[in-house]
Design a protein around this ligand. Structure first.
Ligand code: ADP
Ligand code: MG
Length: 287
């Protein structure tokens, strides 16, 4: 039941009209596009063929196609529908996610989301990650730019995108080329120790902290300082916003930002943590 995409060698412009830019990342440019036959809208992720430093772009493309090609479909994970191999570029046709980045949403709120909204977003990210981890896939780049909102509603559902670093986990794997965004990277990645699925759980801890407070727990003035803060798990809940945040939420973060990866909460444990299990009625009363 894997996600079977169609591989195309014809010209993309025969089938799709490329429209406005939706976003861009390190390796690719993403544009809205319209299927000329059906009128349906999609997202076209355009990878130029230039290999980039140490062939990173080619690797990202390869990771993305292989992971999105084997992961069984899931409502919280963006779907890959077609791949166009052109002369100068490769274009992935993805399901269109219309509400923009969680990152942009955060910029609108100076001190983070309310607890109920943060919990809802994190729960959905955990559901996406549980699906990946059940298939022994690790995302390795969970951050607010790679979590998209389905709509502009305050309680919008999310979808996880950007599988450029994602991979099937191999036992004892060490990541040599420092990947991901410094602020979100787990200590074992920085220290060139073997990685596990728990790398994603660390990033979710960082993301939860940011969603609740609007500030980044380990961010220093330089990349070196950020890495040093991460390595020493040097963060606190001193920011004023945390005065009004529940102990359950703080404990949830504390149990994810654990240096030893085997002691970190797993995705299943996170979904069963008291903060996640607070009833939905509690969510509305918090608003
Ligand atoms: P990169 O690997 O270069 O970071 P991403 O897959 O993260 O590329 O895409 C870059 C940006 O494009 C995203 O942060 C998002 O804003 C936008 N984007 C990506 N995929 C979609 C999609 N399926 N629907 C809508 N926007 C998207
Ligand atoms: Mg990205």
């Amino acid at each position: 039941n894997a996600n079977r995409f169609i591989c195309n060698y014809e010209d993309i412009s025969d089938s799709y009209e490329l429209l406005e830019e939706l976003g861009r990342g390190k390796f690719a440019l993403v544009k809205k596009c319209r299927n000329k036959k059906t009128g349906e809208l999609f997202a076209a992720k355009v990878y130029g063929k230039r290999a980039g430093r140490r062939g990173e772009r080619a690797k990202a493309l390869n990771n993305e196609i292989s992971v999105l090609g084997i992961v069984p479909p899931h409502p919280r994970i963006v779907k890959l529908l077609e791949v166009y191999h052109g002369q100068t570029e490769v274009v992935l046709i993805l399901e269109l996610v219309k509400g923009g980045e969680l990152f942009e949403r955060l910029l609108q709120e100076s001190v983070g989301l309310c607890e109920a909204q943060a919990r809802r977003v994190i729960r959905q990210i955990l559901e996406a990650v549980r699906h990946l981890h059940q298939n022994n896939l690790v995302h390795l780049d969970i951050k607010p730019e790679n979590v998209l909102l389905v709509s502009h509603d305050k309680d919008s559902d999310i979808k996880l995108v950007d599988f450029g670093l994602a991979k099937m986990l191999k036992e004892g794997e060490i990541i040599r080329d420092m990947v991901g965004t410094p602020e979100f990277v787990a200590p074992e990645v920085i220290n060139y120790e073997p990685i596990t699925l728990a790398v994603d759980m660390w990033s979710i801890g960082v993301l939860t902290y940011i969603l609740l407070s609007g500030s980044s727990p380990f961010l220093g003035d330089s990349q070196q300082e950020t890495y040093s803060n991460i390595s020493h798990v040097d963060y606190d809940f001193e920011e004023e916003v945390f005065d009004t945040i529940s102990d359950n939420a703080k404990e949830f973060i504390t149990k994810l930002l654990v240096k030893k990866s085997s002691k970190r909460m797993t995705v299943e444990e996170s979904l069963n943590h008291p903060w996640m299990r607070m009833p939905l009625s509690a969510d509305t009363s918090l608003e």
